[in-house]
Design a binder for this molecule. Structure first.
Ligand SMILES: Cc1ncc(COP(=O)(O)O)c(C=O)c1O
Length: 362
């Protein structure tokens, strides 16, 4: 049956590669000769072991991680990591640096404070409505870690380069740009990403942790909230979100084998973002909200001359097969999320529609 699919610019859950969806569909009723679907299989079976081990191996290859890093697949989303990070990594006699670049960073800061942890917000872009990434930050040399949000899904900004924090490990929320480009893993003590934007469906959160940080959690941290619990059991301490991990594995296979790795993915992502930003910069009908040198390549946030036009834009775009363009409810405006699985053709089609809409309403 031919599905009537649209170009999907949703911020998350978001577009997945069509080839992945088709592979799931094709193998669904009988997974690898098991006579069962993947969601009916035991997570203690050889079938599932192969899936999770493949997902770990692909994560390590794609991100160029050596054996100093442990790959975990956890539940509770990125939001639970806001609490697990300070619970596990921030002893009561230490403090950590946080950079506030928008809604999700602010939530991470709030969770650390709820736990009564000592943190310093060393930089913030709140003064200009989070439209830029702070520069020339003075980090504390004795911080346990520096927490950053690599890409700000709602505000449309992102770190083009990670700052130099010297010997202090970076802990990073990479939910909305994980695997969109290569990273230098040596800078990081831990990074995490809800899968539902760039690498899979909702329900699983990828956590990559440097092994020496696994031993830092105080005894008082409950079993399920400890990284060492999950690390000791290859993320199988309790029943994992098996369907989400399976789908994530297929997305990583697509990234490796069809796209050809993260260098190639980054070039495509740059091409898509340039198409859209360059078009908007040519005129003054569409206005990108982020400062030029802080622009996100994943979430392009923009305004039209007034809110009524924005509403018409979003709804007429949908009529033309372009979905998910409404800005986050907290900021309004429009947003096109250009995650890995969004093809260049989708962005070309969006730009064509934007030209037509401007001609009719400009
Ligand atoms: C950067 C960032 N961090 C955290 C979250 C929250 O993720 P979750 O819904 O998986 O808890 C989101 C969700 O949009 C996000 O974009």
């Amino acid at each position: 049956m031919k599905a009537n699919r649209i170009f999907n610019f949703n911020p998350g859950p978001a577009a997945l590669p069509l080839a992945v969806l088709e592979e799931i569909q094709e193998n669904f009723l009988d997974f690898n000769g098991s006579g069962m679907s993947i969601i009916e299989l035991s997570h203690r079976s050889k079938h599932f072991d192969d899936v999770i081990n493949d997902a770990v191996a692909r994560t390590k290859r794609l991100l160029n991680l050596d054996d100093n890093f442990q790959v975990l697949f956890l539940q509770g989303g990125a939001s639970l990591q806001f609490a697990m990070v300070p619970m596990n990594l921030l002893a009561d006699d230490r403090s950590a640096d946080y950079v506030d670049t928008g809604t999700w960073s602010s939530k991470a800061i709030a969770e650390a404070k709820i736990l009564g942890k000592s943190i310093n917000v060393v930089a913030s872009s709140a003064d200009k409505n989070y439209s830029y990434i702070p520069r020339n930050i003075r980090f504390n040399e004795d911080a346990a870690y520096v927490h950053l949000t690599s890409n700000n899904t709602i505000k449309g900004t992102g770190w083009a380069q990670f700052p130099d924090t010297h010997a202090v490990p970076i802990v990073c929320d990479m939910s909305s740009d994980i695997m969109s480009r290569p990273i230098d893993a040596r800078k990081f003590g831990l990074f995490y990403a809800g899968a539902q934007k760039n690498i899979g469906p909702a329900g699983v959160c990828l956590v990559v942790i440097r092994r020496d940080m696994l031993g830092l959690a105080p005894q008082s941290v409950p079993t399920m909230l400890r990284y060492d619990t999950h690390a000791a059991k290859n993320s199988l301490y309790n029943t994992p979100p098996s369907f989400a991990i399976y789908t994530l594995d297929l997305v990583l296979k697509w990234l490796e084998e069809t796209v050809g790795g993260l260098e190639k993915m980054a070039a495509l992502n740059r091409q898509k973002a340039d198409l859209l930003y360059d078009f908007m910069d040519e005129g003054d009908f569409y206005r990108a909200t982020a400062e030029r040198n802080s622009r996100s390549l994943m979430n392009v946030t923009f305004r039209l001359p007034d809110e009524e036009l924005e509403q018409q834009f979003v709804s007429q775009a949908l009529d033309n097969g372009l979905g998910g363009l409404k800005g986050h409810r907290s900021v309004g405006g429009c947003r096109a999320s250009l995650y890995n699985a969004v093809p260049v053709a989708a962005v070309k089609s969006l730009v064509d529609f934007m030209k037509t809409f401007e001609r009719a309403n400009g």
